[in-house]
Write a protein that binds this ligand. Structure first.
Ligand code: ZN
Length: 339
């Protein structure tokens, strides 16, 4: 009951890259960088186990950014000529690569880190990939001329990598779709279908993570404009409930998302965000157990997975470690309280 897991990303050590940035520059290159990525992945597997988490991830130590890390292994994308583009409905500008020809994987994307993860923990492992709609919103299109067509092309590449990850022993494959909270109607109309295409044929557990973004200023400012009740999930959750996806990861702690929206996910596992990634304040076990208690009104005990609201990448390492420990302690308290 209440198996704990993180949304996905963790801070990169200062010897691997710049810290507390969404697009940090690597500190090494070539063989040295490859080894540093391995070392950082091992470090975070150990830290998650030491904290007492039940499901372990790679902490996304091998990708500069959760979307562009995948795109770097895709043929048909020009990283040499990046352009500035407003992303997430112009919430902030990003330097994005351009799609210039038909898309094809150059080879495996995450083989090394998935292999390390599987070899170094006996616990269940989760691996994250960017979702098709969020990819489309984080790259400039000079080739397809149609968002849905391009999203489906990316979905096929994601599916190829996801099948290979499953074959390596990954238990849960999660697609990250923060864009679902920005383009709500599109998410319902074709975003979920694109994720299902990315997950087609998988027999492992499949998941979608939908959040209000990392704890960066542009997101904090945006959240202030959303009012007292955040109903962005309302359109997409019923579509996800009818989909083939098994789990949904939601932001809930310190947000204005009404807990009753979780009832729209009847039948699905819900990864409930009990850790705020936009604040350095460490949640107490009581606060976490209270959040779990509120979610239990709408999610059955055996379907509730305490999780972080989003990734922890832009935070400090020290704070992230304390938040992992709090997550495990809060879930332990909730097990006693609600058993
Ligand atoms: Zn997120």
């Amino acid at each position: 009951m209440f198996e704990t897991v993180i949304a996905g990303s963790l801070p990169k050590p200062s010897w691997l890259s710049e810290t507390q940035k969404l697009w940090p520059q690597w500190k090494a290159e070539g063989e040295e960088l490859a080894q540093a990525k391995v070392d950082a992945t091992l470090l975070w597997i150990k830290a998650q186990e030491d904290a007492g988490l039940d499901i372990i991830g790679d902490g996304e130590q091998s990708r500069q950014h959760f979307v562009h890390g995948f795109l770097e292994q895709v043929e048909g994308i020009d990283f040499e000529h990046k352009v500035t583009m407003g992303i997430r409905n112009n919430r902030y500008d990003a330097q994005v690569p351009q799609v210039v020809s038909a898309l094809k994987l150059k080879g495996r994307v995450h083989e090394v880190e998935a292999g390390i993860l599987r070899a170094h923990t006996k616990k269940k492992i989760k691996f994250t990939l960017p979702g098709p709609m969020t990819i489309v919103d984080t790259v400039a299109d000079k080739f397809y001329g149609d968002k849905v067509k391009m999203a489906m092309a990316f979905a096929d590449l994601l599916n190829q990598e996801a099948r290979a990850l499953q074959a390596q022993g990954v238990d849960i494959i999660q697609f990250d779709e923060p864009a679902f909270n920005v383009y709500m109607q599109d998410a319902a109309d074709w975003g979920v279908a694109a994720v299902e295409r990315a997950a087609a044929g998988l027999t492992c557990t499949t998941a979608v993570h939908i959040c209000y973004g990392y704890g960066i200023k542009a997101n904090d400012d945006w959240k202030k404009t959303l009012g007292d009740e955040w109903n962005q999930y309302e359109l997409v959750l019923p579509v996800l409930a009818k989909s083939s996806i098994n789990q949904v990861s939601l932001e809930s702690y310190h947000s204005h998302v009404p807990a009753h929206l979780m009832a729209l996910l009847a039948g699905k596992d819900v990864m409930v965000g009990v850790i705020d990634v936009a604040s350095d304040e460490i949640e107490t076990p009581e606060q976490i157990a209270d959040t779990i208690g509120r979610a239990l009104q709408f999610v059955p005990k055996n379907k509730l997975f305490p999780c972080t609201n989003c990734g922890l990448a832009p935070m400090s390492r020290a704070v992230a470690i304390k938040k992992l420990e709090a997550l495990a302690q809060g879930a332990a308290l909730a097990r006693m309280r609600f058993a």
